[in-house]
Write a protein of this length. Structure first.
Lengths: 348, 508
């Protein structure tokens, strides 16, 4: 789902205004394939089953996508730095259980305080990942696989058999996942705001661009003087904050939270980011793409259900999408490498 | 030490005196000394391992010297990071440009200090305009919006230079910038370098090509064995004098070469080429003969060896062993034909560090030792013992992990592994890299005795004394081609250095 090949060579005519034509800018968007796939999927499903786009159906898909969208946005930040965080499902679980406990322990606690507490909790867990990765210099895959189990283990020890149900929480908190504005559930609106903020940060600030540089070539970044350690730590902490937010919203959305909340979610999240055009080796892709990837995967599940396709096939199709995204990325990379080798061989 | 009166009157843009840098017990730089004046192009020359790269990394803020005096504009300074060096006005362009392939060209120039608009966010339009202005000053048509991926090395270097200009660098360090450039591209680079000098920048130019050094540079500093040797005015020295300063040492008698009966050609290579890597390689190695492949790092020596052994493919040419060709691009075919390959990087390519000495020594023999596909450990032990004894590998037990041995003994295990296959040709890449002096002589004795048994040996070495002491014949490579073939009798440090740097006087 990526377009790394840039047809605009050194000798192509350039617009004199110093700005690309909007059309060519759109054609170069890495997110374009996933966006087209999403639109096509919705159209086809709607033709087969018009009920698919009924207000309730749309709301369900958005609600289901919200948690993964926030997680995928955070994961994109980490993957762009050529790292990965597999512990997000466990972070979400811990924070969700913490949220349930907090409502019980402090009756009448303001919702905004709970949200901030959840994000802070997530930040601490993300910082543990980030510190381990940057200080121990062990690949993030291994570190976060370890913390996946550690955090889950803590969750099990803390929760035991306890579960918190919707009744334990104030009505307004649950309503975040029920009330809508212009058809969008409130928690979805929160997710959209988050994605926009993170997207602007990633594309419009110097530290955001540093994250791309680090993922593109970590050694070059170090040689160049980019504060690699600090930036990578920041990426993990931000991802933790977002996973914490997702944990709080999860508690609003779903009836019960307990020891196993969020188990296995990390794979959906990494899949969403990859399908959304975030290169697994870092350096390219966007938060918007990852969010669209999450929306696409959720929509596929909804669409296949709407056209009555077996659940087994739904997973196989998600798998195919991931493979397609990676294969397209590799083909583009190999092609560029070949071009490079030919252009270098002139003088020998 | 010679600086003329005019020069010494100016404050150096940068001066480093007596810098020392050690990595554990290895002293990479014993006396790093360089002085760059504003408005001069200063060359730094020396053999491989003379300490040039370490010195450059100190200037770049990547390494922190253990001792020495470092001044910028006459003020003492100590860099703690690359950012410090950059803030002091030093820009370094490495041989391998360090661009970010996924980012656009404009962003590569301005990364970390992108122009910001009124909103506080990065202004892409301003960044693009800035890049375009830099390129028009440099006279190159590069699209600022394209990604850096796929750019030629020459264009990548131009982008690094654009970066340095936009940083307003006082000192520009170029580490072998011309190594991958064609003639036109070199001219373009030189024109840019001269115009920067005329604007008052000091440039440190590191190159192995003397024609370039003499065409471009005002002064030349020579390093040898991690030490400063001399700084000379380009106008008052010759290439010969520079080469003498570079090699200026006696060849120690560390290399006990046994006389060997030289027989028929074992390896015959004709017209071997691989686009962009090496071209038109002809070489013969006869039974009992040690042929050294000399040249600078990056000249293509290892690549030729890898192609002969089948690790890499080649585009055209023939490789024959005892007059018979074997399948290209297939190491197993090469091994079956009787080729052994001792790679440069023992730890990564030559040994399985966590396996036992015995296992490693018999790795190449697995199928010969197996009965019905299962390896008998008794036979394995016997085979391992035979060779580790012959080579006097010092290990407490065959069962010890190879990683517990010293570098020299590890190298012997690699040799044992190949000798067990009874090769007719043994290719050895940097036989004594990272091996202490005492064991070095032992490895040399071993190699020499292998030749005496009639094995043809192709040795790649960057150490001149080793090349001159061991080889019956020296083939010198330069930029992917064989630049000279020198017999043992004629092989002097000067002759090899001249050919390796392709300077006029020395090559045949």
């Amino acid at each position: 789902m990526t377009t790394t090949v840039h047809p605009t060579g050194t000798d192509s005519p350039r617009p004199s205004s110093g700005r690309r034509s909007p059309l060519s800018a759109i054609a170069h968007l890495r997110e374009l394939p996933v966006l087209l796939a999403l639109v096509a999927l919705i159209l086809v499903t709607w033709l087969i089953n018009p009920l698919f786009l009924a207000p309730q159906g749309v709301k369900d898909i958005l609600l289901n996508a919200t948690i993964v969208i926030i997680l995928a946005a955070g994961q994109a930040i980490v993957i762009i730095t050529r790292n990965v965080d597999l512990s997000v499902g466990s972070i979400l679980g811990l924070v969700a259980f913490g949220t349930g406990s907090l409502f019980v322990a402090v009756p009448g606690i303001p919702i905004i305080v709970v949200i901030l507490a959840g994000m802070l909790f997530g930040a601490v867990l993300g910082a543990i990942n980030g510190l381990l990765v940057t200080l121990a210099k062990v690949p993030a895959l291994v570190i976060t696989l370890g913390t996946l189990y550690i955090f889950r283990g803590l969750n099990n020890a803390w929760a035991g058999g306890t579960q918190f149900f919707a009744d334990d929480r104030p009505q307004e908190f649950g309503n975040l996942s029920v009330d809508t504005v212009l058809g969008f559930p409130l928690i979805t609106l929160i997710a959209i705001v988050v994605v926009v903020i993170v997207a602007v940060f990633m594309s419009g600030t110097r530290s955001g661009r540093d994250l791309y540089a680090i993922g593109s070539d970590p050694d070059a970044a170090r040689v160049f003087g980019v504060p690699v350690t600090r930036r990578v730590l920041f990426a993990f902490v931000t991802n933790g904050v977002l996973a914490g937010l997702a944990g709080v919203l999860y508690t609003s959305r779903f009836n019960s939270v307990g020891a196993t909340t969020g188990t296995g979610l990390e794979l959906d999240v990494v899949a969403a980011a990859v399908v959304g055009g975030v290169a697994i080796f870092g350096g390219s892709g966007s938060v918007i793409g990852a969010a669209l990837g999450a929306l696409l995967l959720t929509t596929i599940t909804g669409a296949l259900t709407a056209v009555r396709v077996d659940k087994f096939w739904q997973q196989a199709i998600v798998g195919l999408l991931i493979l397609a995204a990676i294969v397209i990325d590799r083909i583009a990379a190999v092609r560029t490498a070949r071009r490079l080798r030919v252009s270098e061989s002139r003088d020998v | 030490m010679a600086t003329d009166h005019e020069a010494s009157a100016r404050t150096p843009a940068l001066s480093l005196t007596g810098a020392v840098k050690a990595f554990g017990p290895v002293i990479a730089l014993a006396d790093g000394t360089i002085e760059i004046l504003p408005g001069e192009i200063h060359a730094l020359v020396g053999e491989n391992g003379a300490g040039k790269s370490t010195l450059v990394k100190i200037l770049a803020g990547l390494h922190h010297p253990d001792a020495g005096d470092f001044r910028v504009d006459g003020e003492p300074i100590a860099f703690r990071s690359v950012a410090d060096s950059k803030a002091a006005g030093i820009s370094v362009i490495y041989q391998e440009p360090t661009l970010f392939p996924d980012l656009t060209v404009a962003e590569n120039i301005f990364i970390g200090r992108q122009p910001r608009g009124r909103s506080g966010l990065i202004s892409r339009a301003e960044m693009r305009a800035g890049a375009r202005e830099l390129f028009s000053r440099l006279g190159v048509p590069i699209d600022p919006d394209r990604s850096a991926e796929g750019l030629s090395i020459a264009d990548q270097q131009i982008i690094e230079i654009a970066k340095a200009i936009s940083l307003d660098a006082k000192v520009l360090v170029m580490d072998e910038p011309t190594a991958a450039l064609s003639g036109v591209e070199v001219d373009r680079l030189f024109a840019v370098a001269r115009s920067l000098r005329d604007r008052g920048a000091g440039i440190l130019f590191i190159s192995h090509r003397f024609d370039e050094v003499f065409a471009l540079c005002d002064r030349i500093t020579v390093m040898r064995d991690g030490r400063y040797v001399a700084t000379l005015e380009t106008s008052s020295v010759t290439v010969d004098e520079i080469v003498r300063e570079m090699v200026g040492r006696d060849i120690d008698q560390l290399f006990p070469k046994e006389p060997a009966q030289i027989g028929d050609p074992v390896l015959t290579v004709r017209g071997l080429s691989r686009a962009g890597v090496f071209a038109d390689i002809d070489l013969d190695v006869r039974a009992g003969e040690i042929v050294a492949l000399a040249g600078l790092v990056g000249a293509g020596r290892t690549e030729v060896a890898r192609a002969v052994f089948g690790i890499d493919r080649y585009d055209t040419g023939t490789v024959e062993l005892n007059g018979r060709a074997y399948t290209a691009g297939d190491p197993q075919a090469a091994i079956d034909a009787g080729v052994g390959f001792v790679p440069e990087d023992r730890r990564k390519q030559g040994l399985v560090m966590d396996l036992s000495v015995g296992r490693n020594a018999t790795l190449t023999l697995r199928s010969a030792l197996a009965r019905f596909g299962i390896i008998s450990s008794a036979r394995e032990r016997r085979a391992a013992e035979k060779w580790t004894k012959t080579l006097q590998v010092k290990t407490g037990s065959q069962e010890y992990a190879v990683s517990t041995l010293s570098g020299g003994n590890q190298q012997k295990v690699v040799l044992a592994k190949w000798l067990a296959t009874e090769p007719r040709l043994l290719i050895i890449d940097e036989p004594t890299r990272g091996i202490d002096v005492g064991t070095k002589a032992e490895v040399h004795r071993l190699i020499s005795s292998l030749a005496a048994r009639g094995i043809a040996i192709l040795m790649i070495s960057s150490e001149l004394p080793e090349v001159l002491g061991m080889a019956d014949r020296v083939l010198v490579m330069h930029e992917g081609r064989i630049a000279a073939e020198i017999d043992r009798a004629d092989a002097t440090p000067e002759a090899v250095m001249h050919a390796a740097t392709a300077s006029m006087e020395g090559s045949k």
